[in-house]
Each structure stands twice: as C-alpha cells, then as structure tokens.
Ligand binder design. Structure first.
Ligand code: FA5
Ligand code: MG
Length: 422
C-alpha cells in the first residue's frame, strides 16, 4: 500500500519473515519481490549453475591442506541466514557511520537495526570469533542497484578469509643456515601509507598479499581452462575493512569484468574478532553470478532464477567440472516503453524507481535506463524519462500484456512519488 502524502509504502507495524516478527520503522524498505525470493538458496540447489560453480570453488579450496594436520585448511559455510544486523553488516567490519554503503537507497532494510546482508563480509567477525582461521562463506546478498543484464537485486557472493600467525606466515622464510630470520608481523613504529596499515611490517604485508593474489589467480586458472589466454589485472580499490585493497578484473572480448574485491584485513576488524594481537590476514569477496555468466556463457543474470526446463536441463549433470556452454533456447523479442514524468516536489532517486519497476514487472524487466532528466525553471519542476525494456526469458510477450504492466507501473509511480505522467 502507498501513502500518497508521505510518498512511501505503508508497512504493517510488524513483518513476519521466516517465522520471526520484526517491527517496522522509517527504515523499512523491503518489498514483496525480495521477500518472495527468500530461502531459495540457488547455490545449494542441485544442478543449478551456481551449485556447480560453488562445487568447483569448494574443490579448489579443499585441496589446500594444513601442512601439519594434512586436513583441509578451509572450512566452508553456506547456510547462514541472510537477515543480519547493522552491527554485523557494517559496524563489525569498521564501516564509518556516514559511509554511503549504509544508506537506505542502497540496501533492503527490515528496520533500522536489521537488513538483508549486502555482502558476505557481514559474517567475517562472527566466523573468526568462532575459531576459524581459514574459511569460505557463501550466500545470497541483497542490494538496491541499477537494472540491466548484469545486475539483479539478489546475487550471490563467496567470501574467503585466511589468517596467519607469525609461525605460519614466515614458515618458509628461513635463512641460509636453516634458521628463521627474525621476521615480525607487527612493529610499533610503523606508519600507514598506500602499501600498508600502521603497525604492520612491510615484509608481513607483502607475504600476505602474495598469498592472496596467488590463491585468486590459481582459483581462476582452475575455473577457466583458457585462463592463460585471458588478460587480467589488479586495480587499487578501497574498502572500509581492508587496506591495501584491490579488485580483480578479466578481459573478455575487449570488455573488462570486475570479479571480486579483496585486501589485507584491517587490524581493527581482527581486534573486533578477538585476534588482533597475533594474526594478520587476507579477505576476498567474489560475485558468483559474474563468474558463472562468463564460465557458462549465460547472457542475462535473470536466467539464474529461471524455472524453465530449457534453462535448467542444460545443467543436469553430476560432474561439476564438466565444461558447458549455455545455448540460448531462443531470444524472445524486446518491447520498449518509455515513462516520462513531472515531479511535483522532490526529484525521484532512480534507485527508488528501479525498485518499484522490478516489484511490479518482476523478471519481465530486462533493463531500465534513465534517458532524460532536466529541471524546468518556470514550472519549478523536475522531469525524468525512463526507458523500460521488457523481455521474457521463456516466451514472447503480447503488446497488451506489456501495456497492462506499464500502466500499473505508471499508477504506482503516481501514488508513490507524487508525479504527473506525461
Ligand atoms: C564487496 O561486496 C566486498 N564485501 C568485497 C570484499 C570482501 C572486499 C572482502 C574486501 C574483502 P563489491 O561491492 O565490489 O565488494 O562486490 C564484490 C563483487 O560482487 C563484485 O566484484 C561483483 O563481482 C559482485 N557484484 C557486486 N554488485 C553486484 C550486482 N548488483 N549484481 C551482481 N554481482 C555484483
Ligand atoms: Mg566493487
């Protein structure tokens, strides 16, 4: 329900989600489309492409053995609830209070303290606290984002973390007489600069960085048989919970694709986990759909949610290492409708509009583009025009069907945003 005066969705005082009641408040912005997708766990659905991909990532990490125990080094956790606290998603990993990533316009909040996790990094501190020194954490994550063939409000990430104490980090670094050099992770007079955090020695950081980058490039060598012929690069990045930080990109047909973010874990995150004194570590977070789209040649991110047998049947096999190229069942035609409006008061945040369009049009929406925007002095009004591209993944849509959805979108816009449709 929409309140035309407050221009917001009216929520009941409590929302019942997964058998638990959550009070709503002015932060609440989840929608029925998101709620309807809860609990699907695509990464654990047998024979789903994300299941095959996570199997391959598991296999790669299972092979890495703890040298003393000869048991797998990495624990793998893939069943944590996507409903987390603000503390877990932001505070625990040192995200400043005024950081943009916290805003209502970027996340799905249940209320001011609770949200659908925006990344699997939300579990880092809890998992380290529980005693794990090396783990993967796989799950669905939720973000309000643009709408196009590579963005969907729910996608999947795989977090990786490995911690090292002095012994583990410098194990192989013995001097010529077979003695350990007096290498240290921490030194009190060390400062922060582009290459490292304050308190860390450069030799420790360089070893952790090498381990991180080696782990990731080896992973992609096993995932992509043609990895040797692919161009890849490390881009300097920033995250509140790592420093230094990088993004890893690969080039396909002249286009660069960002596959993951990573870095040396901020020491204050480890301090929050109770391990700040003895350990240093790396973390990465990779986007599973991005990788699966490239590996299997899947052209549109909505296909991961398809229940159509034309899609799913192509992934019905036991051996997840089988190389497969997705064959489009057939491309159904696009249908394009524009939506132009005058705003009576405030300018619409495009992210709010995308959310509304996806809520109503669901997976029939392929893309939404803000194609024109201006402010009219005399009228004292903002104008925006969006191009909405409709296309079904499994059938041809009729003009009539699209017109009805489009009309419905217009009506909801008028109610939610106080606009005049032109
Ligand atoms: C993060 O989410 C960080 N938590 C990653 C990280 C973990 C950094 C640990 C350092 C240490 P980012 O927002 O860039 O970063 O997302 C990580 C990856 O998720 C991206 O590289 C991309 O592959 C994927 N991704 C991001 N947004 C979307 C989206 N809307 N749809 C599909 N995939 C996405
Ligand atoms: Mg990124």
């Amino acid at each position: 329900e929409y309140d035309p005066i407050k221009q917001t969705i009216i929520y009941p005082p409590e929302l019942l989600i997964n058998n638990k009641n959550y009070p709503t408040d002015s932060w609440t912005n989840v929608n029925p489309h998101i709620l309807s997708r809860l609990g699907q766990n695509l990464h654990r659905q047998k024979n789903h492409p994300l299941y095959h991909l996570t199997n391959r990532i598991r296999q790669y990490f299972y092979q890495q053995k703890d040298p003393r125990k000869q048991s797998p080094k990495f624990s793998i956790i893939d069943n944590l609830s996507p409903i987390v606290t603000v503390q877990q998603n932001f505070d625990s990993i040192c995200t400043p209070n005024d950081h943009v990533s916290r805003t209502k316009s970027m996340n799905y909040y249940i209320n001011k303290d609770t949200l659908f996790r925006a990344h699997t990094s939300a579990h880092q501190v809890d998992l380290i606290r529980s005693g794990l020194n090396a783990f993967l954490c796989i799950g669905d994550v939720y973000r309000r984002d643009s709408i196009d063939p590579t963005h969907y409000p729910i996608f999947h990430q795989c977090e990786g973390v490995q911690l090292f104490n002095k012994e583990e980090l410098f194990m192989e670094n013995r001097n010529v007489r077979g003695e350990k050099d007096n290498l240290q992770i921490f030194a009190s007079n060390e400062y922060r600069d582009a290459t490292k955090q304050e308190g860390h020695t450069l030799e420790a950081v360089k070893l952790v960085e090498a381990s991180l980058k080696q782990t990731i490039t080896d992973l992609f060598k096993t995932l992509f048989p043609n990895a040797a012929t692919l161009n890849s690069r490390w881009i300097d990045a920033t995250f509140p919970f790592t420093h230094p930080s990088w993004e890893y990109e690969i080039e396909i047909d002249g286009k660069w694709y960002e596959l993951l973010g990573c870095g040396i874990i901020e020491q204050s995150v480890l301090e929050n986990s109770g391990l700040g004194k003895d350990y240093i570590g790396w973390a990465f977070g990779l986007g599973l759909e991005r990788i699966a789209m490239i590996m299997y040649g899947i052209p549109d991110i909505r296909l991961f949610w398809s229940t159509d047998s034309g899609f799913l049947s192509q992934f019905q096999f036991e051996d997840s290492t089988r190389p497969v190229q997705y064959k489009p069942v057939s491309a159904y035609p696009q249908c394009i409708n524009d939506l132009s409006m005058w705003m009576n008061k405030t300018r619409i945040d495009p992210l709010d509009l995308y959310d509304l369009v996806r809520s109503i049009g669901g997976d029939l929406i392929e893309q939404v583009l803000l194609i024109d925007e201006f402010y009219h002095e005399k009228k004292d009004k903002h104008s925006q025009t969006y191009r909405i591209i409709y296309r079904s993944m499994d059938r041809t849509l009729t003009k009539n069907e699209i017109n009805m959805i489009h009309k419905d979108i217009e009506n909801h816009c008028q109610k939610q945003f106080d606009v005049e449709i032109r």
